[in-house]
Design a protein around this ligand. Structure first.
Ligand code: DGL
Length: 269
């Protein structure tokens, strides 16, 4: 085993939502050390311009690279949408986005090839999901819908009440009418609202969360490149943030599903 193997996996997101991806990485790759960067000082990315999201993503990737990571996961859909190509071409380590695994999973699960995608404005307007679906299945029909209010609802913890349900109905009814059988949750925050989303879409629509297929893809990549970490340990999770936002611990723990330890404030440009 080379010394590279013992290095951490870098994961970044605009804030704490990417901890939904880390949650699955910890479940499926428990022996891999994870170094997470939440760019909370610049949250949200989903309403920012493409140039600004690219610039922020570059800064996050540079920071993690300097810490000696062996692979990078862009846990944020908005950043994956506009910065994945750039980063994967430029960085000296393997880079994974969260769009490709979600699209592959959706196409594998859909029977009627009518697929809905909900995400931030930045993700929808980038065309990332549309291009990825078209490239893999030119006959598939897809229906896109930005659902920006799901982000603050998830952070406020209003996951399963009348307001969450009303918001979900307003956003999702048009997609439901299109008779999709699969709905991609194309934003880190949306899995937390899975219950109300499922209630509106009905039992026949499968919800796709990119976290699990992304973790499986990373596992396969590490295995193929002989980069799997040392076995037999529960590896640490280290969290860096660019700002201590209000309710940081409550929000982070809801996304991660465990207590937050080892949190460090860092300044990046
Ligand atoms: N992490 C973002 C995403 O998955 C959602 C929050 C934001 O807009 O920054 O697109």
């Amino acid at each position: 085993m080379s010394s590279l193997c013992a290095r951490p996996i870098g994961v970044f997101d605009s804030g704490l939502g990417g901890l939904t991806v880390v949650r699955q990485l910890r479940r499926l790759l428990p022996t891999e050390e994870i170094l997470y960067l939440g760019d909370l000082a610049h949250l949200p990315y989903g309403t920012k311009s493409t140039d600004e999201i690219r610039r922020r993503s570059g800064e996050c990737a540079d920071f993690l690279l300097k810490q000696g990571i062996k692979a990078l996961v862009i846990a944020c859909n908005s950043a994956s949408s506009v910065a994945y190509k750039l980063l994967s071409e430029k960085l000296p380590v393997p880079v994974l986005d969260v769009i490709t695994p979600a699209v592959e999973e959706a196409l594998a699960s859909s029977k009627n090839f009518r697929i809905g995608v909900i995400a931030t404005y930045a993700t929808i307007e980038s065309g990332s999901y549309a291009q990825s679906l078209e490239a893999r299945s030119p006959d598939a029909e897809y229906f896109l819908k930005p659902c920006p209010l799901f982000v603050p609802l998830a952070e406020e913890g209003w996951l399963d009440d009348a307001i969450a349900l009303g918001t979900a109905r307003r956003y999702l009814e048009p997609i439901k009418k299109k008779k999709v059988d699969t709905l991609i949750l194309g934003c880190t925050h949306y899995p937390l609202l899975g219950k109300v989303i499922a209630r509106v879409m009905g039992p026949r629509v499968r919800l796709i969360d990119s976290a699990i297929p992304t973790a499986l893809k990373l596992k396969e990549l590490l295995r193929r490149r002989k980069l799997l970490g040392p076995a037999g340990r529960r590896a640490p999770l280290k969290i860096c943030i660019t700002d201590y936002v209000r309710n940081f611990a409550r929000i982070g723990e809801a996304f991660l599903g465990e207590e937050l330890h080892s949190v460090k404030l860092v300044k990046i440009p």
